[in-house]
Design a protein around this ligand. Sequence first.
Ligand SMILES: Nc1ncnc2c1ncn2[C@@H]1O[C@H](COP(=O)(O)OP(=O)(O)OP(=O)(O)O)[C@@H](O)[C@H]1O
Length: 357
Amino acid sequence: MSLKETVNNPYSKWLDASGPESDVVISSRVRLARNLAGFPFPHLLGHENADKVLYAVQSAINRQEVKETVGQLELYRMTELSPTERQILVEKHLISPDLLEQAEKRGVVLRADEVISVMVNEEDHLRIQCLLPGLQLKECWDMANTVDDALEQTLDFAFAEETGYLTACPTNVGTGLRASVMLHLPALVVTQQINAVLHSLSKLGLTVRGLYGEGTQATGNLFQVSNQVTLGLTEEEIIDNLVMVARQLANQERAARRALYREQQHQIEDRVWRAYGLLKYARTMTSGDAMTLLSDLRLGVDMGIIPGIPAGLIMELIVMTRPAFLNKLKGTELNPYQRDLCRATLIRERLNTISSG
Ligand SMILES: Nc1ncnc2c1ncn2[C@@H]1O[C@H](COP(=O)(O)OP(=O)(O)OP(=O)(O)O)[C@@H](O)[C@H]1O
């Protein structure tokens, strides 16, 4: 997939609703923060040095050895992309919203399947990211580690014997690793257990964020859980801890779904079928309503209440109904009302191509 395909296609490997525990665990991500020795951290980096970092990354990914171990990687400077294309990369979770600022100093490396991406000159010089569907943190770690090793053959990463990898923010020092899982927890929300569950995670050194990471709210009952501590634990320990917690959260969510079905079968059936009806027939739809209804529909599909709808399609609809995707689809900057019309039409058309119920 070229960049053109990436920004035109709402499909991303991590959204295909496959992988272990995918009825609750939407996706797994591992990112490694790395910096080049001899350069100031990005927030102190002038234009000339920012360019040097981009060139260094470009020549590292051009090496034959990197192509052989990691695959073909392409570097795009943010200035090569239109504002809509940049926003689409955020909507596909390939870059963070922060990378949109100071575009002239920044870039992104992508592998065609979108499983691997590297943000250049965001908070750190490199943020190597691997994103897979379902609970596949170990696989993400292995892949991110391979990319890290391949790049380290030519890039001199800042490293201190006592602390480990040096990072712009002290909270990332050591391994520079953040592992995260995106969880769909509608039954824990409906049964009002969610606050207690999330509160207990902070005691385990984990942090909970919204759909687009740091500083964003949870919508559509999607919660991103990641490690807070990067120092004093090995990478494997961080991954193992989070895998264990993710499995436990998935079991709690499933228990809440079973209890809901046992105790409020008609209410829950009514809720998910109503969501399906609105998604299939409504003429306008805000993004907030779309997230809520698509979350309910996904719950109905995962609980086996609504047959015949691929879970991957629901995830694709979540991405393709975001503002930048709609603008891209229509080839113009839509106002909020036009977007609501366009969103409803798109969802209706996609759901009416499949039959259910
Ligand atoms: N498990 C996941 N599945 C899909 N997308 C994810 C997942 N975890 C993180 N992301 C996405 O990655 C981007 C960055 O997230 P976040 O800000 O939490 O991480 P970070 O940049 O590594 O953290 P920090 O800057 O605090 O060290 C966001 O767009 C977020 O939605």
